[in-house]
Design a protein around this ligand. Structure first.
Ligand SMILES: Cc1cc2nc3c(=O)[nH]c(=O)nc-3n(C[C@H](O)[C@H](O)[C@H](O)COP(=O)(O)O)c2cc1C
Length: 297
């Protein structure tokens, strides 16, 4: 493909036959198309300076009960070495800004020391607001002020993946805290009516270009209300509202299927508040019936 082909109309390939794309190293970008968000990982070098490394290969791993990420790095990158030494990092996520994306490619160019690359850092580095995680010139990195969310992580040394000296470095990163700008946190807590404008990386092509894209305005489809058991969506919502303290049984949720959909969250919140007052950790059908009876009496 020549440079001018980039400006061609988008091809329609539905009726084409499949051919094989040869498996190469870095297959996700050298043999396929795999756009995704990426993290700007901050870690601390031996001089106590914060380093920023862009990493696309960062994926949610344990998501229920456990909270962790998988991260893959080329061996001996600054981030790899810092993680081995300090065992902590911050995964900073920024919104789309084309001028800054160019600088991110520079931050992702291998072979530079922290001091060299950070001279051209386009971001403002600040201390973490988390008590005990302020930058200490030793272990804890600064975070990126412009980020809309930051995962503060530590290396899970109990879940090593594989270290055979040949493959890249793989880490399980335990999420200790998610920091978020207040507007985005409130938006999420209120059911998310907006979504942040997250840049997507398509990765290296031709060894000479690093591709990104900006997504269009997000949209949604309502989840089905006429499929599967009626209590399913209530169960899902009920067990996410205050997952650490109060859980609901399926039968308890069946009991609530008569509540009109727009009111269900308020009703669930009311039950959770009451359950916490009563020291009830598992809301079952009898507990729901008891509260209903009290309300109706
Ligand atoms: C957007 C972006 C995503 C990247 N994702 C990865 C990745 O997932 N794994 C990796 O090893 N390198 C990745 N790279 C290349 C690294 O950023 C590069 O190795 C860089 O030297 C890492 O910085 P560090 O040495 O300061 O850790 C990426 C580069 C860019 C620009």
């Amino acid at each position: 493909m020549g440079l001018l082909d980039i400006f061609r109309r988008h091809p329609n390939t539905i009726n084409e036959k499949f051919v094989e794309s040869p498996l190469r190293d870095n297959w996700y970008q050298a043999s396929s198309y795999y756009p995704s968000p990426f993290a700007l990982i901050t870690t601390v070098n031996e001089d106590g300076e914060t380093n920023i490394g862009p990493y696309q290969l960062t994926f949610p791993f344990e998501v229920i009960k456990g909270h962790s990420f998988i991260m893959c790095s080329r061996m001996n990158s600054n981030t790899d070495l810092h993680l081995q030494r300090t065992k902590v990092a911050a995964l900073n996520y920024v919104e789309f800004d084309k001028a800054k994306l160019k600088k991110i490619v520079d931050l992702g160019y291998p072979g530079q020391t922290t001091e060299e690359k950070m001279k051209d850092n386009p971001y403002t580095l600040i201390d973490s607001p988390t008590p005990g995680r302020e930058a200490d010139g030793d272990r804890f990195p600064k975070i990126i002020k412009e980020a809309f969310q930051v995962y503060e992580v530590s290396v899970d040394t109990e879940q090593p993946i594989r270290d055979n000296g040949v493959t890249p470095s793989y880490f399980v990163l335990r999420i200790e805290k998610i920091l978020m700008k207040e507007t985005w946190q409130k938006n999420l807590a209120d059911g998310a009516t907006q979504l942040p404008n997250i840049p997507l990386a398509y990765g290296f092509r031709d060894g000479a270009r690093f591709w990104f894209t900006e997504h269009k305005k997000p949209f949604f489809f309502p989840t089905p209300t006429n499929k599967g058991p009626k209590e399913e969506s209530i169960l899902y919502e009920a067990n996410r509202l205050d997952a650490e303290y109060v859980q609901f049984t399926r039968d308890a949720c069946k009991e609530l299927t008569g509540v009109p959909r727009p009111f269900i969250k308020t009703v669930l919140k009311g039950i959770i508040k009451r359950a916490k007052e009563d020291g009830v950790e598992l809301v079952d059908v009898d507990y729901v019936k008891k509260i209903n009876a009290e309300r109706n009496s």
